[in-house]
Design a protein around this ligand. Structure first.
Ligand code: DX5
Ligand code: ZN
Length: 223
């Protein structure tokens, strides 16, 4: 199972002065997705980036663009993020009263829809969405910053979501975001995750992007 787990580098920790090169290194390292953290200064304190940067990224890569919207009222903006080239549009259940409609609108454009759960949000919040979503993002940190410590209870949450998906025979995949490192990657996969997001474990001074992705893969393979 672990061999199938995909790695999604989160560019929030990349060197933006050489973003295109960093993206090429992610491609060469065998990354599947490029995870793009959009923060609005309201749902979370920082402000990161918006659609012009995503359009530029879209022009520079064929990687799946996994857009993580940490913004209030995401329903007002999903069209713009799809126009910019997003492939998977992820919205927080805490940020919108109309997540189901968001999923419908994303599907109407032929894109994939994801729902995200903050650490303090119970899995029951997405029960009615599980049959229709393509991805559930389990946050293992409180969103807002790269480099925070992994909240261990996320593992149990991944298992819970995995059980519900399997019992319902739903197609949704599970993505874990926040604090993912070689030391916890295998536990995430064993609990049922399909995709692991990593920023500080991939973009750092300790190794190249290729070396760091290889460390995550080795951890997945070895347990
Ligand atoms: C958290 C973001 C994550 C984060 C990951 O707000 O959604 O994608 O940047 O960073 P690391 O892997 O460093 O925890
Ligand atoms: Zn993210």
């Amino acid at each position: 199972m672990s061999a199938d787990v995909r790695i999604a580098p989160s560019i929030v920790a990349a060197d933006f002065t050489r973003l295109a090169e960093e993206i090429r290194e992610c491609e060469a390292a065998g990354a599947s997705y490029l995870h793009i953290d959009v923060m609005d200064g309201r749902f979370v304190p920082p402000i990161t980036l918006g659609t012009p940067i995503i359009e530029a990224i879209r022009r520079s890569t064929d990687l799946v663009l996994d857009i993580h919207l940490m913004i209030v009222e995401p329903e007002k903006h999903i069209g713009a993020f799809m126009d910019a080239g997003g492939d998977i549009i992820n919205v927080h259940v805490e940020a919108s009263s109309h997540v189901h409609r968001v999923v419908q609108e994303v599907h109407a454009r032929g894109k994939r829809a994801g729902v995200c759960l903050n650490p303090g949000t119970p899995v029951s919040a997405i029960e009615e969405l599980l049959p229709v979503v393509d991805q559930v993002m389990v946050m293992a940190v409180n969103p807002g910053w790269s480099g925070q410590a992994f909240i261990a209870s996320a593992i149990g949450k991944v298992s819970q979501v995995r059980r519900m998906i399997d019992e319902g025979r739903y197609k949704a995949e599970i993505e874990v975001d926040g604090g993912v490192k070689p030391g916890n990657a295998h536990a995430c996969a064993a609990a049922g995750a399909n995709v692991l997001v990593a920023a500080s474990a991939i973009f750092n001074d300790q190794g190249t992007i290729g070396e760091n992705v290889a460390l995550l893969r080795a951890a997945l393979a070895s347990g």
